[in-house]
Design a protein around this ligand. Structure first.
Ligand SMILES: *Cc1c(COP(=O)(O)O)cnc(C)c1O
Length: 432
């Protein structure tokens, strides 16, 4: 569920009409609903209440400081993948002691930064990494808390670019090798074996792969707790969200339709997993990214031209693949709705951006009501892996971002001034 809906024919975020935001802040514009962020966190957190647990928000999905602050205020931990993300969490007032650090390529500088900040745990992805963490910790005279990421070899049946839990992927250490890896790591003096971690993929819409992976890894976690005294089992992120029908899913009634049964909810997730996890007596960590932010954000764009060529209608908008790359990168579907309800027969349109790439599209052959120049369109479910993947390709400034709470709107990222794009560039000495 989320807080984007039509009231009297105008699309609102909570109590604010989208049109009033674009009049004030221009387009392209990301708009986030604080209430949706909070509700998603609280629904997941309360579904897991029977377990000693910590929800660590995977901030690579959306790392805006205001988003991080919202979750920090709710008591969230954070799942980081770089030193930069750790610095962001601290800048937003998050607690490093509730952070886990994932990723296959942690540098020595990043490991030292995280040790000095006092993070909760490193999630290591290889033995060379364990040795490196041990060495850096020795240099600082501390013991580094570590967990190893186990690859359970379970196919999550999701898009190839977001499946991570099979032996075809670069992530984690093979299930069969884990006991020996822990036995060797236990001999490294500057490591403290604190947990075991897994993450099988992203945008999972069924609970089965999660259940299979937890069933597979739970006995291993128990064994590691007995042998090495680990205290947590992180079951990763990957809970999918509604991309289609995104608008309809704002309505609680939609959640009682048969279509809604295809969606993984916190209740279904918890119902399948709590009984498997509770007997372990370990702390359970979750690392959801998309689930917490995906439906809480939209990207608003202005129609610049409507171009008819042969049999096709192209709706050319002012947002582009540099603002939201998911359709080009993952073949992702984003529902597109007008900021003001339009009447008239829907016709198939290609919604495209101004960037000089044929991959720069948001939708192909999408039925849209008759839109014209100057209309505003919203791409829904754009809160996750949207603005964070933004680039300056074609020297296009990054969009502004707005956080809405009720009838209040705060600018949480200013539109990037165009000269900021080249502000770190220089002419070579011989050109000056
Ligand atoms: C990306 C990632 C997540 C979050 O994935 P979502 O699908 O956004 O929930 C969690 N854990 C790890 C290790 C990741 O790489």
């Amino acid at each position: 569920m989320h807080e984007f809906r039509y009231v009297a024919g105008r699309l609102h975020c909570e109590r604010i009409p989208i049109e009033s935001l674009v009049r004030r802040h221009g387009t392209p514009l990301y708009v986030y609903s604080e209430r949706t962020l909070r509700e998603h966190f609280q629904r997941l957190d309360s579904a897991l209440a029977p377990l000693d647990h910590l929800v660590c928000y995977a901030l690579k999905a959306n790392s805006n400081l205001a988003v991080l602050r919202t979750f920090a205020d709710l008591g969230a931990g954070f799942d980081l993948v770089s030193g930069g993300e750790l610095q962001r969490v601290m800048a937003a007032g998050g607690d490093p002691g509730r952070c886990v650090f994932a990723g296959v390529g942690k540098s020595e500088a990043e490991i030292a930064l995280a040790l000095r900040a006092g993070i909760y745990c490193f999630n290591a992805e290889s033995e060379p990494e364990l040795h490196r963490i041990n060495r850096v910790a020795a240099g600082l005279g501390v013991r580094a808390p570590v967990a190893v990421r186990v690859n359970p070899n379970v196919d999550a049946h999701t898009h190839a670019k977001i499946t991570t839990g099979t032996y075809e992927n670069k992530f984690g250490i093979a299930f069969e090798e884990i006991p020996a890896v822990y036995a060797r790591a236990a001999k490294l003096k500057h490591l403290q074996l604190r947990g075991i971690q897994m993450h099988i993929g992203s945008q999972l819409t069924e609970v089965k792969p999660f259940r299979l992976a937890v069933e597979r890894v739970a006995p291993l976690a128990r064994d590691l707790a007995n042998r090495h005294g680990i205290e947590f089992f992180s079951i990763g992120g990957g809970i999918g969200i509604v991309y289609q029908p995104a608008l309809a899913s704002a309505d609680p009634k939609w959640w009682r339709t048969p279509a809604a049964r295809q969606i993984l909810t916190p209740a279904t997730y918890a119902a399948a997993l709590v009984s498997l996890l509770q007997p372990l007596g370990l702390r359970v960590l979750l690392e959801p990214g998309r689930f917490l932010v995906g439906n809480a954000g939209i990207l608003v764009t202005r129609v610049e031209y409507v171009k008819r060529t042969g049999r096709k209608t192209f709706v050319i908008v002012d947002a582009a693949m540099n603002d939201l790359i998911r359709p080009a990168f993952y073949d992702a579907y984003h529902e597109i709705v007008p900021a003001r309800k339009l009447t008239g027969k829907a016709r198939p349109c290609d919604v495209v951006g101004p960037v000089c790439e044929s991959g720069d599209y948001f939708a192909k052959d999408r039925p849209l009501p008759p839109v014209k120049e100057g209309d505003y369109l919203a791409l829904l479910s754009a809160g996750a892996y949207g603005s964070v993947m933004g680039s300056n390709y074609n020297t296009r400034p990054l969009p502004a971002e707005i956080l809405v709470r009720g009838a209040k709107a705060g600018v949480v990222r200013e539109r990037q001034p165009v000269d900021a794009i080249w502000s770190h560039e220089r002419l070579a000495a011989w050109q000056r």
